[in-house]
Ligand binder design. Structure first.
Ligand code: AMP
Length: 384
């Protein structure tokens, strides 16, 4: 039974869910939530957004307008976020009027690389060798210790390779330091990995844990390009990745979806690259491939419902559609309809810019290698 007076009681259809952020993750969350009869309110500084186009209510306001944040939270039964760089003060202001799930302290840890890596180390989890950097001399010392190549990353507000510089030789240190804006940073040893994988998982209010297994990821220009599920790794590696992911969700007390990104080294060891406390691009294939998508799972978790089955109907491969595909005009959407096992997702973004995530394709096949080939062919057909 749903008791709307009790904060721990499940939140049922008809209730309004507040989403901080308005991009494609919020859009796919809103589609899942509206299908199940929930109302969705979105909050961001932009209008006619990917989420706003689907939501019942689109609030357009800066994140630091805490009065607007309070009004927004008052109207929601629960508030979640689709954009992890929501300021801590915004999450705190919302939390005075509605439960915020996952809680703001998790955002605080994961939106800054130094805090995130310190958390992982304290939890006994393996991270890429790194050093904190607050000055050029810190950087010189760190690269001396870690060796070249190394990767310098701003501590805050980095995603899709933004705020990163690969240091190939020690004489490029000053250039790297200037390139990232002389901001607080971390420098990591460059890992000559065998492949990258991620585990998308969810934890319910009662501690229930579910996961989608290891998903393989290929990046291009630091941006996710292709995901394949299941990942082409041994069952031991996949099981270890799931075990570490479970430890992250449990230790942080996550209520919602969280993704852990890993490097698999050439000798089969796992290193955690980063955490995303929300549905993740590598989990988009769960929409078409699994009984319960990562977005429905997020909804179930933040509403205090039991989590759904993560069983896969068929293996899948996902290819991102970046704005670059629009370089010579609108892609040929009819071409993709010639692929009966490929699903098209477009995010409703009004302007295609290079590197901007505009949509994705998911191919389904009993053989993941075939799904991979199919999704690449389908994407090529768009601009032939
Ligand atoms: P990040 O923004 O940290 O997730 O980095 C984006 C992508 O850049 C990763 O998924 C990797 O493909 C690559 N990358 C980042 N850090 C490293 C590293 N230390 N060694 C090798 N590749 C890296």
């Amino acid at each position: 039974m749903i008791d709307s007076k009790n904060p721990n009681s499940p939140i049922g259809p008809g209730a309004a869910i507040g989403v901080l952020g308005s991009g494609q993750l919020g859009r796919m969350f809103a589609i899942a939530a509206r299908r199940m009869g929930y109302r969705v309110h979105t909050f961001s500084p932009d209008y006619d957004t990917p989420t706003g186009q689907i939501a019942d209510v689109e609030v357009v306001s800066p994140y630091d307008d805490l009065r607007e944040v309070a009004n927004f939270a008052r109207q929601a039964s629960v508030v979640t976020f689709e954009f992890e760089n929501v300021p801590t003060a915004t999450a705190e202001a919302a939390a005075r009027y509605a439960p915020v799930r996952p809680k703001g302290s998790i955002l605080h840890i994961t939106q800054q690389r130094i805090r995130e890596k310190a958390f992982l180390r304290r939890a006994g989890l393996p991270v890429t060798p790194y050093r904190e950097v607050h000055s050029l001399s810190d950087l010189e010392q760190a690269v001396f210790e870690l060796g070249c190549p190394a990767v310098l990353k701003t501590a805050a507000f980095g995603y899709d390779g933004k705020g990163q510089f690969r240091i190939e030789s020690p004489d490029r240190m000053a250039e790297a330091w200037n390139a990232i804006g002389r901001e607080e940073a971390v420098v990591e040893a460059f890992i000559d990995f065998e492949r990258e994988i991620s585990v998308v998982a969810a934890r319910g209010q009662d501690g229930q844990f579910v996961h989608y297994g290891a998903i393989e990821n290929q990046h291009s220009r630091h941006i996710l390009d292709i995901s394949i599920a299941p990942a082409r790794v041994t069952s031991e590696v996949a099981a270890q990745a799931v075990e570490m992911t479970s430890c992250v969700l449990e230790t942080l007390g996550v209520v919602g979806v969280l993704c852990v990104e890993f490097f698999v080294t050439r000798n089969g060891k796992l290193l955690i690259n980063e955490l995303a406390p929300r549905p993740h691009n590598s989990g988009h294939l769960t929409v078409d491939a699994c009984v319960t998508s990562q977005f429905e799972q997020q909804l179930r978790a933040v509403c205090g419902l039991r989590l759904g089955s993560t069983e896969m109907h068929r293996p899948a491969a996902m290819a991102n559609l970046l704005g670059d595909l629009w370089a010579n005009g609108e892609p040929d959407w009819t071409a993709v309809s010639a692929f009966p096992d490929v699903k098209l997702h477009l995010y409703g973004k009004l302007e295609a810019r290079p590197g901007r995530k505009m949509g994705h394709l998911t191919a389904l096949n009993r053989d993941p290698e075939e799904a991979y080939r199919m999704v690449l062919n389908a994407r090529r057909s768009l601009t032939r």
